[in-house]
Every structure is written in C-alpha cells, then in structure tokens.
Design a binder for this molecule. Structure first.
Ligand code: ADP
Length: 575
C-alpha cells in the first residue's frame, strides 16, 4: 500500500466534504430559485444534492470513525463519493464535453494520494466512461478531439499527481523499524535512568566474578568510581566481612557462593569501603539464569546500607535491656517478700489473705520471667549473651535435668520418659555401656533451652506423654523433646523461632506467654553452632530437635585438662 502521512487524508476529506456542501447548496438553490449559473441546466439537480448530502454526512461523521483504524481507506471512500457526484454532473452537462471535467481532472490529480493503483483506476474509469458514451450505452458522443483529450488528459494529470505525491509516500517498513528503534531507545534510557537513580547499590557480575555494571549508589557504598570498578574482580570492590569483623569464607560469601547454586542468597555483612571504613549492609545476590540452558550466566547483587537501622535497633535493645534489668530487681524483691509472707514459719496470715497473696506471688513470678526473657533476648540479639562453655557429657547432664523437670509434668498428670541413645549402645559382657555424648557448651544456657522446651511441652499438652531423648553420630548429638499435645499449624512452623511470635489459637490465648522463649532457644543454640527446629502434627503433638556439634572423647579429655589448668591458675594466690 502506497500512502502519505495521515494528515493529508484528513485535509483531503475536508476539501471533498466542503465541495459536497457547495454542490448540495448550489443544487438546492437551483431547484428552488434558479438564478444565473445556479440552474438545473448546469447539473444542479436533485441527484447532485442527494449525493452531496451523503458526502457531507460521510465526511463529518463516518469518515472519523473509519479513519481511526485506516485514514487511507476512509479518504478513499470520500474520493469515491465525489467521483460519483462528478460523473453524475458530467452526465447531465455534455458528458465528455462537460465543464465539470475540470473537477474530474482535479480528482485524477489527487488520486496519487492513494498510490498507483488508484491512479490507474481513475484512468480506467474515464476510459470506460468514454467507451460507454461513444458506443451509445451512456449517451451519444462524437469521437472528437475533446473526448479523446478528456481520456488522455485524465491519464496525464493522474501521472503528474502520482509523480508529485510519490515524494511524500511513507516507507512503512522503515517507519516501523524507526518506531521500534525509538521504543527500544526509550526502554534502554528508562532502564539506565532506573539503575542510575535507585538508592540501593546494584552490581552485575560476570560468571568469572568480574563487575560488568555498577550503579552510582554501589560506587558510593564501596568508595570506588564507576569507571574504575568496571572489569575488576567483584570481591576486590565489594569487600565483605562477617558482622563480627571475622574474615568471610567462600561458602559464607554470597558473591562467591552464588555461582554454586541457582537460588537467591541474602545476608547481612560488613562492607569494607575503599578507605578502610566499614558499614553494615544487607546484600541480596540473585543468579542470572539463562532460560534455555538453565545455566548461570552471571549474578546481580543489591546492596543496602543498614548501619543506621542497625544503630537504631541497638539503641532499642539497649533500652529494653537496661529497663528490664532495672525492673527485675524490685520485682525480685517483691517476689521475695511475698514468698516470706506466704511462709508459715515466718508469718501468720488468714486464709483469705493467703489466697490474695498467692495470686500476687504467681503474677510477680510471671513478671520476673518476662523481664528475664526480655533481658536475655536483648542480649542475645547484640551478641552480649554471657557464655562460659565447658565440656558437658550430655547423657548424665540430661538425666539430672529431666529428674528435676519430671515434677512439672507429673503435677499436670502427664507421663514422662527419658531415653539415651538407641543404636549406639555397646554391650560389654552383661553390662550395657551407654555412649558418651560430649559437647562444649555453657550448661546454664543449655538448661535454659531444655527447660524452656520442656515447659512449652507441658504447657501445650493436656494429656499423654512427654519424652526427652538423646541420640547422635560422630559429628553431632541430637536432643529431642516430644509431646502429645496440641501440635502447631504448618503455616506457623517457619515463624516459630522469631521474636514475639505466638501461634494464634484458642490454646495459646488462654495459656500465657511472651513468644520470646523459642527465640532465646534459637539464639543460644546458634551460639554453639547448633540448630534447633520442630516437626509437628496438629492435634497429635510436636517434637523439638536440637543438634549440637559433638566433641570426641579425646578432644573432651584435652579440653577438660586445659579447663582444669585454667581453674588452677585462677585459684593460685598472686605473690
Ligand atoms: P510462649 O511464651 O508463647 O510459649 P515460645 O517462644 O516459647 O513463647 O513459643 C512460641 C509459640 O510456639 C507458642 O505461643 C506456642 O503457640 C507454640 N509452641 C511452642 N511449643 C509448643 C508445643 N510444644 N506445642 C504446641 N505449640 C507450641
């Protein structure tokens, strides 16, 4: 399709519609009050008025609708309507000798707007008209110079029009390519603008670990210039350390580890700037995976400075820690005095007062536990949890601990058992030797964890049994606390060890708690490079597992010896 720019079709339609209006008005005047040239003899008859009217309606209303999808076709319909009117005028005013041939010639000239086929069509139409007229089908016309001239003239003017309009033809293919290129350019500009303006640092890494793109925010965070950093090893520019300032190993470095796996890695690390200063950052590294081959073709790292929010968190934790520490002391005093008041040997009170004081005592105990938990969790968060690890043989340790815990369970009518090892029992003669499960932990901290898990098991179990068990292999020891209680909905399990998380159920609503217990447990176990998790089935029960690194008997003996030596040195008087 040969076409010119859309605006020409709109202009053309306006011209054609105006001509239609002119012809309609002229015909109405000629029919009602003929004057001068405005009389029916000049072709101003009813048919002209009707076609003119159709032209006006089309030009004003239907053209716009059609032009929305294709102005070319819309304008061609206008042209056809005018052609019809011109033929009708010529037919009434001397056919090929008609003065309206001028209008025809103008039409031929503008047919070039629609391309060579329409030019040919208008020439063909004139030839057909000539044949019809000459053969007497559409009238009687002499084959004279004027009639031949009309036909030849149409072709000639059509050709001139074509040559002129041709210069304005649009190359649609080029136009489309131009449009797409423009779009691509805008998209690229937009993407670039976005990358440049985001406040988080963005680094694109090649599979070889080199930087292929770095935005100004990442450059600011690392202290490098964008131009300098491109092409350098990412670990040279984005230098990471563990949060406690310890060096980072390859598996712990998300920028390195990403190439070994196909999943996003996020971590909080210390970023050492070029000038040696360091800030806490949250870093999220995602692999760029080729959809076809499913191979990693690079990685994208997003780095965010979180030192301000970290400082804020620390201030908050400090406040909680100081406040709970300060409040714990008077609460302990109140609890002590209430205990004294309730002690028959020290004081005598009537039974009504005893009832009130017992309630006050239990609430104070609860408050004391809350402050203690708040203090421990605040300390656990900023790494100030006191821990004095020693070698502990978990079997005998747990045996003693469960003996003291047994009472809580039995008070609630629950059964309780304790099992050490299963597979590893070694028989020497008739005597069963229990395996020794050594770990290097602070026994007070581990007691806190086991007691907490055991208390929860008792709290959330109405009937049945609580089992505590200990197993292990060469690497780890595993403690489990299993109950036959309410169980935990699967949706809650992933959040259970977060701070203040409590399952929202009728059971937890009636049973008091803070949601801090499991958070503290996790923090303590992580302190010893262990892991704590739960497996649970709703209405059947839950099993909490703790894995801790096992210390071999030989290593345990060595550690015990050095502990004893240390204790001896400390107890030596200084001369
Ligand atoms: P809380 O002070 O609420 O007991 P925890 O951190 O110890 O806080 O426990 C968090 C939530 O985990 C509890 O609110 C409870 O819903 C759920 N939970 C913990 N232990 C058990 C268990 N043994 N059986 C069922 N639900 C448990």
């Amino acid at each position: 399709m040969q076409s010119v720019s859309d605006k020409y079709y709109y202009w053309y339609n306006w011209a054609v519609t105006s001509l239609g209006l002119l012809l309609t008005v002229a015909s109405i005047v000629a029919l009602t009050m003929p004057t001068g040239i405005l009389n029916p003899e000049n072709g101003f008859i009813a048919i002209t008025a009707i076609i003119g009217f159709v032209q006006i309606i089309y030009g004003l209303i239907f053209f716009r609708l059609r032009a929305k999808t294709s102005p070319w076709i819309a304008a061609l319909i206008s042209a056809m309507l005018l052609t019809l009117n011109v033929i009708s005028l010529m037919q009434d005013t001397g056919q090929l000798h008609s003065q309206y041939w001028v209008l025809w010639a103008i039409q031929a000239f503008f047919s070039g707007l629609f391309g060579v086929y329409v030019v040919a069509a208008i020439g063909f139409l004139m030839t057909l008209y000539f044949v019809l007229v000459a053969t007497g089908e559409a009238g009687t016309q002499q084959l004279d110079i004027i009639t031949v001239g009309a036909v030849v003239g149409t072709y000639l003017i059509g050709a001139i029009g074509y040559l002129i309009w041709r210069n304005l033809y649009i190359d649609h293919e080029t136009k489309r390519v131009q449009k797409l290129t423009g779009q691509l350019k805008t998209n690229q500009q937009q993407a670039e603008m976005l990358i440049q303006s985001i406040s988080d640092g963005l680094v694109v890494i090649t599979p070889e670990g080199k930087i292929s793109l770095i935005n100004p925010a990442a450059a600011r965070l690392t202290g490098w210039e964008v131009d300098e950093a491109i092409g350098l090893d990412v670990q040279l520019v984005v230098k990471l350390l563990e949060e406690d300032n310890k060096p980072i190993n390859d598996t712990g470095n998300p920028l390195k580890a990403i190439f070994g796996q196909l999943e996003t890695i996020s971590a909080d690390k210390l970023l050492v700037k070029r000038d040696g200063k360091s800030i806490v950052v949250s870093i999220v590294v995602s692999p760029v995976i080729l959809p076809k081959t499913k191979t990693v073709s690079g990685a994208v790292a997003i780095i965010r400075d979180i030192s301000v929010s970290r400082a804020e968190e620390k201030r908050r934790a400090d406040f909680i820690s100081t406040a709970s520490h300060e409040m714990r002391t008077p609460v302990a005093a109140i609890e002590g005095y209430l205990a004294l008041a309730l002690n028959d040997k020290v004081s005598s009170i009537d039974s009504k007062a005893r009832g009130f004081l017992e309630k006050a005592h239990s609430s104070t105990q609860h408050l004391g536990k809350l402050f203690q938990d708040l203090l421990t969790s605040a300390r656990a968060e900023d790494g100030r949890l006191v821990s004095h690890p020693v070698v502990v043989e978990m079997g005998s340790y747990l045996e003693q601990l469960t003996d003291s815990l047994r009472f809580t369970a039995e008070k609630k009518g629950l059964m309780m058992d304790f099992v050490i090892g299963s597979e590893e029992h070694v028989t020497a003669g008739s005597k069963v030797i229990k395996p020794l499960y050594y770990v290097h932990v602070d026994p007070d901290r581990i007691r806190e964890v086991i007691t907490n898990l055991f208390d929860n098991a008792t709290k959330y179990t109405e009937a049945g049994k609580i089992s505590v068990g200990l197993t292990g292999n060469n690497e780890v020891i595993q403690i489990y606390i299993k109950d036959t209680g309410a169980g935990i909905p699967a949706d809650d399990v992933p959040h259970l060890f977060q701070k203040f998380y409590r399952v929202d159920s009728s059971a937890t609503r009636t049973i008091g708690g803070t949601g801090l217990g499991l958070f503290i447990c996790r923090k303590i176990i992580e302190l010893y490079n262990g892991r704590v998790w739960v497996e649970s089935e709703l209405n059947k029960g839950s099993t909490f597992y703790i894995n801790l690194p096992r210390v071999s008997s030989q290593k345990a003996t060595e550690l015990q010896a050095s502990e004893a030596e240390k204790a001896l040195t400390l107890s030596q008087p200084i001369n």
